[in-house]
Ligand binder design. Structure first.
Ligand code: PLP
Length: 407
């Protein structure tokens, strides 16, 4: 008789976004005239830039010609893309990463959830709290986390590292030494960053204790301030303790095209065994490569035109973030993030819980955001707004907040 992987039953329901959708649908049904502004979305809204569209058209034409048609992509991804990434994302920043340490994929979500497969089930993971849920859920499915404690909102065998205003949203080094440490900067959901010296402390800690840092830099392209590392490989010794994930999704609007990559240094090992061959084996066995046309589209964002166009898109989202963040601050809110990331993380009004504030914003200002408690217990009392909407809606939302304060 077939049986199931019972670890899946340990996952609490995907309560956050389904509850939000239900609440918004119920409100809309009761108030069909309401002009709801959605600042909860984590998806981009700007179309692909012209350089990407040109590359797609050209490569689609190539696929229709016998002389230039391509079938399966090489296991690690096409060399033209890996060479460009190694040069522009790493060597240009002084990071010693070679093209064959780059694994091209269909995005960071798949990679940061699948990477745990190459580690033993006895590894203990540490995550930031609040957290991008994929890190925890993928480890739950693998059976690495123990049971969920409903009252605490935590899995019993996971080290949760609180990230709050008190520690600048950078976790303190935990007392118990984790085997795998998930870090994500610029951070989702808090929109905050880690400074180079702070990240170096984590690298030093991991090296000393034989831990591996799984570094999610999906929002790297939004970094606008000096002193914020664009890659963990800017830190000394990171090649000995880190894996990095990057995504074209938020960088260049590829959420629908799907492209990302993972960097595993050849010298990186765990328990005396190299990790590169394991991931190469996993990649080759379970994945058949991002489409040729998408890899060509990815290459195009590194061209002169592509780079300028993508920067302009990001500047537009960061301008929305500034509008929202400045507007909230002027209205008296405590606000974080939004400078090097498309996320604004705010304290709720008058000590409301995250969900109370969700209802308050929906019912009084017709604004939808995401309750911080949905990302982990330390998110309680916080709320996430995103800058992925239009400028018009960002301005309109702040007008409503101002109206709320003055009435
Ligand atoms: N990592 C973080 C922190 C994210 O917030 C997201 C998407 O929201 C992803 C990864 C997923 O990226 P991709 O679209 O490349 O799968």
């Amino acid at each position: 008789m077939a049986t199931i992987n019972r670890n899946y039953l340990k996952l609490p329901g995907s309560y956050l976004f389904s509850t939000i959708a239900k609440k918004v649908a119920a409100y809309s049904a009761e108030h069909p005239e309401a002009d709801i502004i959605r600042l909860g979305i984590g998806d981009v809204t700007k179309p692909l830039c012209p350089a990407v569209i040109d590359a797609l058209h050209r490569s689609v034409d190539e696929m229709g010609n016998p002389g230039s048609f391509r079938g399966y992509a090489p296991d690690l991804g096409y060399e033209f893309l890996r060479n460009t990434i190694a040069e522009k994302d790493y060597r240009a920043r002084g990071c010693d990463i070679s093209p064959d340490e780059i694994f091209v994929s269909d995005g960071a979500k798949s990679d940061c959830s699948n990477v745990q497969e190459i580690f033993g089930l006895d590894n203990k993971i540490a995550v930031c709290d609040p957290v991008y849920p994929v890190y925890v859920d993928s480890n739950v499915m693998a059976g690495r986390t123990g049971e969920y404690n409903e009252a605490l909102g935590k899995f019993e065998n996971v080290i949760y590292m609180p990230c709050t205003a008190a520690n600048g949203f950078v976790p303190d080094i935990p007392k118990e030494i984790p085997d795998l440490i998930y870090l994500c900067y610029p951070n989702n959901p808090t929109g905050t960053v880690i400074k180079k010296d702070e990240l170096q402390r984590w690298v030093d800690f991991a090296r000393k204790n034989g831990s591996i840092i799984l570094y999610d830099a999906a929002y790297e392209a939004f970094i606008s301030e000096e002193g914020v590392p664009h890659s963990i490989f800017e830190c000394e010794g990171a090649r000995e303790c880190a894996i990095e994930f990057k995504s074209f999704s938020k960088t260049a609007g590829f959420t629908g095209l799907r492209l990302g990559y993972t960097v595993i240094p050849k010298d990186l090992s765990a328990g005396g065994e190299k990790l590169w061959p394991l991931w190469a084996r996993r990649h080759g066995t379970k994945y058949n490569g991002a489409p040729y046309i998408v890899q060509r589209a990815g290459e195009a964002i590194y061209s002169g035109d592509g780079r300028a166009q993508v920067r302009q898109q990001i500047a537009g989202y960061l301008e929305n973030a500034r509008i929202i963040s400045d507007g909230l601050k002027a209205a008296g809110y405590e606000v974080y993030g939004g400078v090097n990331a498309p996320y604004i993380w705010m304290k709720t009004k008058d000590g409301m819980s995250s969900w109370e504030f969700f209802d308050y914003l929906l019912e009084n200002l017709q604004i939808v955001g995401t309750p911080g408690s949905g990302f982990g217990p330390s998110g309680e009392g916080y709320f996430r707004l995103t800058a992925f909407g239009t400028k018009e809606n960002s301005l309109k939302a702040i007008e409503r907040v101002n109206g709320d304060v003055t009435t």
